[in-house]
Design a protein around this ligand. Structure first.
Ligand SMILES: *[C@@H]1O[C@H](CO)[C@@H](O)[C@H](O)[C@H]1NC(C)=O
Ligand SMILES: *[C@@H]1O[C@H](CO)[C@@H](O)[C@H](O)[C@H]1NC(C)=O
Length: 407
């Protein structure tokens, strides 16, 4: 009996390992991410930022012309997620926005690029327009250092000679799909630029083109509460198993980290199965306008003119049900507390400290457009996410914060 049982166990183990080849658990290549609320322009209009990013993502994908001209996602300049990245040898540290919706990595917006013996000017002009900002300059190759001393040699990086909309940060660490770099070298419109993740793989530092992302809910304006893991996942950051869903084939979500999902509030359907994206550069959870109306009536929320967000009373908050994201055969339940903006941060977004605001809002267009939702930061701080190029899939897992009540 025992040998047979252990053989079976061994077989099952072998099968489960074969079925999830992606899991390089505890990859040592991790990079902390700091979250920063930018209040230098007065109070933040979260909704306006997120909706214009959504529109820019759709537009960039919609016209190949726009994409070839290097016009891709707008970055969210209200709430940014920053990683410290070293470039050169000896390295200068640059604070770069971590962006899953764009794929060029570049520096020079604030701290000037410091050339060292490893800097090579390729002479290629590079330009990217992000909607609310842009950069143009020259493509270099240089040594890039991530986290504690891990180096990539001859990484392509943009060096900005001109940039707009990037006050207080040095540029972007683009972890979106490789194809988004196509057309950004203005003299070679069909060339792509190997991303940092791609080069880690090509140089044998990681064995899968995978990035794991961990965020945690926060009530502080600036905090280091995120982590990027290259080449695998960090098992200390999630609970249970990661389940994967294939990248969607539906355009334009398929240009980004796109997946299919449906959303229910309690048992009520809010959004029927459709395609959308997972995005670190969007703060809220945006859903098609018709789904948003259904959610508003189901929760009884009123639209708050000052913030543009939905607002609920404490009685309505007590009655709030889970918002269920049905992805593949799994359901990720966003708890009532996960559906509200951290009350300690209400005044930063132009709200009243005693009010309760919801983080679910409208994407600004009805469903049926191939990019009908964005699972933004407020989703990602409750579920660990894995962006897997090698196996064309996105994975999610619950975390110690999935049911946290810190908001
Ligand atoms: C902060 O906001 C100001 C004003 O809205 C903007 O000009 C600036 O680029 C933003 N800074 C960052 C780091 O995004
Ligand atoms: C996603 O949904 C679309 C539209 O229903 C469907 O064609 C596609 O097969 C689904 N799955 C993937 C992985 O794209």
């Amino acid at each position: 009996m025992f040998p047979a049982a252990s053989l079976l166990t061994t077989l099952l183990l072998a099968l489960s390992i074969a079925a999830s080849p992606v899991e390089v658990r505890n990859s040592p290549i991790t990079l902390p991410i700091a979250r920063r609320l930018n209040t230098s322009g007065g109070t933040i209009n979260l909704l306006q930022h997120d909706q214009s990013r959504a529109a820019a993502l759709k537009n960039a994908a919609a016209s190949n012309i726009g994409r070839r001209a290097g016009s891709i996602a707008v970055t969210n300049d209200a709430v940014t997620y920053i990683a410290a990245v070293g470039v050169g040898s000896p390295a200068t540290t640059y604070n770069l926005i971590v962006d899953t919706g764009s794929s060029n990595t570049w520096v020079g917006a604030t701290t000037p690029y410091a050339m060292t013996s490893t800097s090579v000017n390729t002479g290629q002009p590079v330009a990217v327009s992000y909607g609310s900002g842009s950069f143009s300059g020259t493509e270099y190759t240089d040594t890039v250092t991530l986290g504690s001393g891990l180096t990539i040699t001859q990484q392509s990086i943009g060096v900005a000679s001109r940039s707009t909309g990037f006050t207080g940060v040095d540029g972007i660490l683009g972890i979106g799909p490789l194809d988004l770099t196509e057309g950004t070298l203005t003299n070679s419109p069909t060339t792509t630029i190997p991303t940092v993740t791609q080069n880690l793989y090509t140089q044998g530092i990681i064995s899968q083109v995978v990035v794991g992302v961990s965020f945690e809910p926060t009530t502080s304006q600036t905090v280091t509460n995120g982590e990027l893991t290259f080449g695998g996942t960090d098992a200390t950051k999630y609970t249970g198993a990661i389940t994967y869903t294939p990248l969607t084939t539906t355009y334009p979500a398929s240009y980004y980290w796109g997946i299919n999902e449906s959303i229910t509030y309690g048992t009520k359907t809010i959004l029927s199965a459709t395609a959308g994206i997972v995005d670190t550069g969007t703060t809220l959870i945006l859903i098609a306008s018709n789904a948003f109306s259904t959610y508003q009536s189901a929760t009884g929320a009123t639209l708050d003119r000052r913030t543009g967000l939905l607002r609920i009373t404490s009685t309505q908050y007590s009655a709030l049900q889970n918002l269920n994201f049905n992805i593949g055969s799994n359901t990720y339940a966003l708890t009532p507390n996960g559906q509200i903006w951290p009350r300690a941060l209400n005044t930063y977004i132009g709200g009243t400290s005693t009010y309760i605001y919801l983080v679910v809002n409208s994407i600004g267009a009805p469903s049926g457009q191939g990019l009908d939702f964005i699972n933004g930061y407020t989703f990602l701080e409750r579920f660990y996410s894995v962006f897997d190029t090698t196996n064309s899939q996105v994975g999610f897992a619950t975390t110690a914060y999935t049911t946290a009540t810190t908001n």
